[in-house]
Write a protein that binds this ligand. Structure first.
Ligand code: ADP
Length: 816
């Protein structure tokens, strides 16, 4: 229906994609017309264009005004420095990026070069441009190769990679153009205690390479910075042993589709017996047991070694399901990672406490302008548009694409499928035609590799385990006689050129051994061949036993095969089948989108809160004078003393003055100054005035004692520490709330609505608690004048002489 409507609209209004491309071609004509002039410039004069543009921008011209000239300058600079002259379609892609959209350009179209023009143009504003790549290797390569163009034109380039230290990081961000690692830096910047430790500048313009990989695949798990927590790890080991003795079907059930497990009555009883406890859900440790046993079951039933994770050097490392890459440093959340560690018998790391977290979505949405490029975006167009407000523009190829996509062939069994695939590989190999075989897991790659070995077919296996060499190996995949097996998208971003004589054989042949959940990933695999007008072809070998077919395929296919009385090694090859698989994929894609949207909806709630807290931190770090803010908090506390202990509706004889004194002393009154004897003679008004004066005088006394300068510093430090402590605890509490609120779906309530309400209440409560603690500590913390102490407050808190001990410690109480 919708498709039909789209078709009609296109007929009436024209294809919007075509329209945009046509519109951009006019600009490209202009750029082309400037080429002769640029060619005639000396290198010095060409480079001088940069300062000329900057001046013109200051005088009021816009980026769009100078775009044609700037692009022409970059093209000429590139020709001189790298020998590559931007194709027209590359300039089209560049304009799309400048407009803050996604340029879908096929593999081999030269996206790296495409980015140079908009990067240069936007860097002219001096506000910085970020270029994000999928890994450090590409970041380094791009910043070196393309960096030569920018440097020629007088712009600076910085590179950010994983293991880089603070001064280098900061310097890199100061450059006009930087690559990689931005999300974490943003979080870290909001944890520092000194403004000078921040590395990022404002988030101005960002181009994301392989945008679907970063904004969609990676976006399923938020970025988390965490520190060690305090919970014990022993229980994980105990529970791993418990579930090892439980049987699927008997003791627990598995819903593979929804990725859920649930213990049965019998299983629960069994676990209780093994643990020697009365009731798994209802005792003092109840929450922990029931949650952790779920983790243990999930680890056992749903998480498979060498598919979902690998064990390397005694560590459990997540395998990215889309890229097959090892995600070092990332951990499954909420105890699942520990449960897997226990199952694998490696050291169980302590559960960590979240110190800061943000989703990719909310990080990238902070840029003033965002753009991206990839070979495969169209299938996810809706998501890009809805979540990131990024339209997708399909840019035509430089040369016509002549790839042949053969229809899928389907076998009854996996074994038959592999045999057929290996036969085809052998055939190609005999003729010398190179083959690239895509798989969806490391285990599959290895199975296939073993089969090829038995037939003496030399080949390379590429999977996440050899990430370092990926790029090198895959770049040779198009050579004569090469056979390469790769988990899907391994070596993404690396160009595969054809060897001598290979075009005559039909170019690179791609074999897929399983359809991925997402069509985009399949397209990515097909797209590895037939670049820049090369010949090439692709074919997928599938079986009814594949996950996708088993879980989401309709029963039709199996029915057809049975009816036809087909043998195991007889394939079915029909467009109907391909259609039905595509439908299954669409179903899964939609489901995955809704999962990501769900994560985001929850993060959106926290995002508003994060903005409030981070902006407070900025103020504090920026050394704003906080005295008035804190005095306001003091005034509120004085008022609260009155409403709590001397309310107007209660007779003054009935006021509990001793309690009032205790309260005031807890916050702002010097010990021993207030006495019941004195206070009982005061009217309500007098009492309020008196308390206010006591608080003010005490404040002044502290300021006189240490001097105003140090007092201002102390105010800032107290605020920062208190805000940070409460915020981190709040993050933890929000985690638990999110987990817990899911259960309410059973009570006919919308968990998201519940979550929003409660998150709001919790945030309000936190803000109140922050105020209270700030007042408490500002009157309490002692300053030790000791130069060169890294964190004077930390020091002060541990040296706190208050006999009550704990209250001098800046770690806030968890608010229930
Ligand atoms: P993509 O990322 O789009 O797959 P790459 O950026 O890896 O493509 O570029 C593919 C290859 O094409 C690289 O070897 C690059 O040097 C080359 N290339 C790109 N643009 C041009 C050009 N305008 N002229 C000549 N070679 C180019």
């Amino acid at each position: 229906m919708i498709v039909l409507l789209e078709g009609i609209l296109k007929k009436i209004f024209g294809d919007p994609n075509e329209k945009e491309i046509k519109n951009i071609r006019v600009i490209v004509d202009k750029i082309n017309s400037l080429e002769k002039d640029m060619e005639s410039l000396s290198s010095a004069n060409l480079a001088a264009k940069t300062s000329e543009f900057k001046v013109r921008l200051q005088k009021g011209e816009t980026l769009d005004d100078i775009l044609p000239e700037a692009f022409a300058v970059v093209r000429e600079a590139s020709r001189r420095v790298t020998g590559m002259r931007h194709f027209d379609v590359q300039l089209i892609g560049g304009v799309v990026l400048h407009r803050g959209k996604i340029a879908e350009m096929r593999t081999g179209e030269g996206k790296t070069l495409v980015a140079t023009a908009p990067v240069y143009l936007n860097a002219l504003t001096g506000k910085g441009v970020h270029v994000v790549t999928v890994n450090d290797y590409l970041a380094r390569r791009d910043s070196e190769d393309m960096g030569r163009i920018y440097k020629f034109l007088g712009l600076s380039v910085g590179l950010i990679v994983h293991d880089m230290d603070f001064p280098d990081r900061k310097a890199a961000y100061a450059a006009d153009i930087t690559n990689n690692e931005f999300g974490f830096d943003y979080l870290r910047d909001n944890m520092v205690v000194d403004e000078n430790q921040m590395v990022q500048r404002e988030l101005n313009y960002c181009i994301v390479d392989e945008v679907d990989s970063i904004l969609i695949d990676e976006a399923r798990t938020p970025l988390i910075i965490s520190g060690p927590g305090e919970k014990s790890t022993e229980l994980y080991q105990v529970l791993a042993r418990v579930v090892a003795n439980m049987e699927e079907g008997e003791d627990y059930t598995v819903d593979e589709k929804q990725k859920q497990v649930a213990p049965t009555e019998k299983g629960i009883a069994k676990a209780e017996k093994m643990l020697g406890i009365g009731n798994l859900y209802d005792n003092e440790h109840g929450v922990d047991y029931s949650h952790q046993i779920m983790c243990a079951l999930k680890a056992k039933a749903l998480m498979h070694r060498d598919r979902d994770y690998v064990v390397k050097d005694g560590q459990v490392i997540i395998v990215d399901e889309f890229t097959g890459r090892l995600m070092f440093g990332r951990r499954f959340s909420e105890g699942l990672h520990q449960a897997i560690e226990a199952k694998e018998g490696v050291k169980v790391e302590r559960e960590s406490q979240t110190l800061a977290t943000i989703t990719f979505q909310n990080y990238f949405r902070m840029y003033k302008k965002l753009a991206g490029m990839t070979g495969t975006a169209k299938t996810e167009e809706q998501e890009f548009q809805k979540i990131y407000n990024l339209p997708v523009v399909v840019v035509p190829t430089n040369k016509p694409m002549i790839r042949i996509d053969y229809p899928d062939v389907i076998y009854k069994t996996r074994i038959a499928k592999y045999k057929a695939a290996v036969n085809e590989i052998e055939e190609c190999h005999k003729s010398g035609r190179p083959v690239l075989v895509g798989t969806t897991s490391i285990a599959q790659s290895e199975e296939l590799s073993a089969m090829l070995k038995r037939r003496n077919i030399p080949h390379n296996v590429l999977n996440a385990k050899y990430h370092e060499k990926e790029a090198e190996i895959i770049s040779h995949a198009g050579q004569y006689g090469a056979v390469t097996i790769a988990t899907n998208m391994a070596g993404r971003g690396t160009d595969i050129t054809l060897g001598e004589g290979v075009p005559e054989l039909g170019g690179l042949h791609i074999i897929g051994t399983e359809r991925h959940e997402s069509r985009r990933i399949d397209n990515q695999l097909r797209g590895r061949c037939a670049r820049q007008g090369d010949p090439g072809s692709s074919k997928f070998f599938l079986s009814l036993e594949d996950d996708l077919m088993r879980l989401f395929g309709s029963d039709n296919i199996a029915g057809i095969m049975d009816k036809l009385g087909m043998e195991d090694d007889e394939p079915i090859e029909h467009s109907l089948v391909t259609k039905s698989i595509e439908n299954a994929q669409k179903k899964v894609e939609a489901r995955n989108f809704s999962i990501r949207k769900h994560v985001l909806e929850y993060d959106d709630v926290m995002n508003q809160q994060r903005e409030v807290i981070y902006s407070q931190r900025h103020k504090i770090l920026h050394q704003e004078n906080l005295k008035d803010t804190i005095k306001e908090m003091v005034d509120e506390t004085v008022e609260r003393t009155m409403t709590m202990y001397a309310p107007p509706e209660v007779y003054s004889e009935d006021w509990d003055l001793q309690a009032l004194i205790n309260y005031a002393e807890d916050f702002y009154a010097p010990r021993g100054l207030l006495t019941v004897d004195y206070l009982q003679n005061l009217s309500r008004e007098e009492l309020a005035e008196y308390l206010q004066k006591v608080a003010d005088d005490n404040y002044q006394a502290r300021e006189d004692a240490i001097g105003p300068e140090l007092m201002r510093e102390l105010e800032n430090l107290v605020m920062l520490k208190v805000v940070d402590n409460h915020w981190m605890e709040h993050l933890d509490a929000m985690d638990m709330l999110r987990e817990g609120v899911g259960l309410r779906a059973y009570g006919q309530k919308d968990p998201l609505v519940e979550y929003k309400f409660e998150a709001y209440d919790m945030f309000e409560a936190m803000m109140e608690a922050i105020k209270e603690d700030v007042v408490r500590y500002i009157y309490r913390v002692n300053v030790i004048t000791q130069p060169q102490v890294e964190d004077p407050l930390e020091n002060a808190s541990t040296n706190n002489p208050t006999p009550e001990g704990d209250e001098g410690n800046l770690k806030a109480e968890p608010k229930k």
